[in-house]
Ligand binder design. Sequence first.
Ligand code: MFK
Length: 551
Amino acid sequence: MNPAFFQDMAPPPDLYAVDRALAAELRWRLPADVAVIMGPRYEALGKATTGELLALSEEAERDVPRHVPYGPWGRRVDELRLSPAWKGLKEFSASHGLVAAGYDPRLGSHRRVAQAAMLHVFSATSASAMCPLAMTDAAARVLTDLAPAPLRDRLVPRLTSSEPASFITSGQWMTERTGGSDVSGTSTVARRLQSGTPEGDVYGLHGVKWFTSATTSEMALALGRIDDDGAVVDGSKGLSLFCVDVTRNDDDSGYLGITVNRLKDKLGTRALPTAELTLTGVPARLLGEPGQGVRSIVGMLNITRFYNAIAASSAMAQAVFRARAYSWKRSAFGLPLAGQPLHAATLDAVEADAAGALALVMELGWLMGKAETGVASDDEKRRLRALIPLAKLTTGKQVVSCVSECLECFGGAGYVEDTGLPRMLRDAQVLPIWEGTTNVLSLDVLRAEQRDQAFSAVLSWLSDGVRGLSATLPTSALLTLQDTATRLVLAAQAASAAGGSILESRARALALTTGYAAEALLLAQTAEKSGKSDAVQRFADFVSHRLCLAV
Ligand code: MFK
């Protein structure tokens, strides 16, 4: 008995330094010239995550956003009061080139893998600053593809800037009271203000946006329905995409053409300002063709879903390494937790889970980088189309269970707010929800199959990959993965033959099983390429954890 005993807990780690799965991925995925460019950047970022970034994020989490609707004399001011640390996080993101890396020509087709590693190191300590970065990167992509040259040249260099003074962020305004998953009921209307300006046709937007994250961003992409003298097309085919400059009125009496109704009181991501907005004619430029708004904004969603998967892999890795660090410091029943077989096995399982999520993120980054630089084959493009929703939905489910398991590793401390641990679980819970729920994305995979045979491309890649694995991998794990891949193909064929509601009702099970099988295959390939025993062990642990009962 020691009445003077107080438990010690390690702070969040530098993931670049401790995450062996990340090191294994980077070793085989980055060519030497890219590794030379990125190595020092990863090191600097990793070190900063335990210093400058940690201080900024803790401050932003303490000093959460507030909405001040009225000034002292009753005038509408709609001030969104944010911690100076939130601005600091934005500057930090710019100076480390977190968005810029995705557009860096020196990184060639490896740009998205190189960027994913940075974001994996950054996200879990970012106080949700990952959210505006996701939308910023996605807006840069959409503007690059769709905006008239003057608009593109005004905004894209700033969205992708590494200079804090010029870096701007973007929002994504889709969700309305009628629905987040189903945008066909969008009631925001767009009335023409000016035609044929160099930056495109200008419309005034009128409506209510129900969730707008990172509301203090300098711009946003928004869906609206063009109202041509009372003629409005219903449903999602009537939606168009608009680019909004978010500006304050000259006399600082709120935002130009926007009223902030209130900030959302959310379970997590509390440092992130998420508002309900009423648009009262805010000027916005049409992007792409009228009526093609959904088609246009899915280009944005594909990037934000990639970021979502990275946010999941990052949160999982941080939770795992915090739990592991604790297991060295905490003793029970006369032994450190780390030395107790069942606890150690639990930690190995969650570490393998995090490694699986990261492997899928890296594969996605590899395919995205190839597609964006025009070197992806048709088969790779089809695979990418399905892997985006598959990666988002699979990692979204993994992160919640993995972080929950890690909190359990801390016992009661994992349930006590001032340890900072419960916040990890609250923040994780948004990842299966925003950017498409598990069911919506499972149905998206079905549609991608029906339109482009994209799911078939994933299944073929999976079957071929599993067949190509070497017999030197642990036999039981290998057999389980082979069995899963075979049964998956049969289950997909049966569901497809049944069609209709039976096919839909099985979409989620098929999607999640495919996501886990893909992760297992990628871990096996990483293990083969690295030849390291810890990578082989992660493959075996992952298979036990996610593909079969752990016996
Ligand atoms: C850490 C990271 C954090 C990121 C944070 C961001 C915070 C922002 C918070 C939010 O904004 S959350 C709101 C996010 N909202 C969603 O994710 C919407 C979820 N719903 C869907 O994804 C629906 O499936 C969808 C709205 C797309 C359905 O609408 P529709 O009108 O029924 O679309 P449809 O008919 O399925 O697809 C229209 C076209 O787009 C089709 O092409 P065609 O017209 O040529 O046939 C589709 O093939 C195509 N399409 C759909 N999804 C696609 C796609 N193409 C490529 N990629 C996709 N993902």
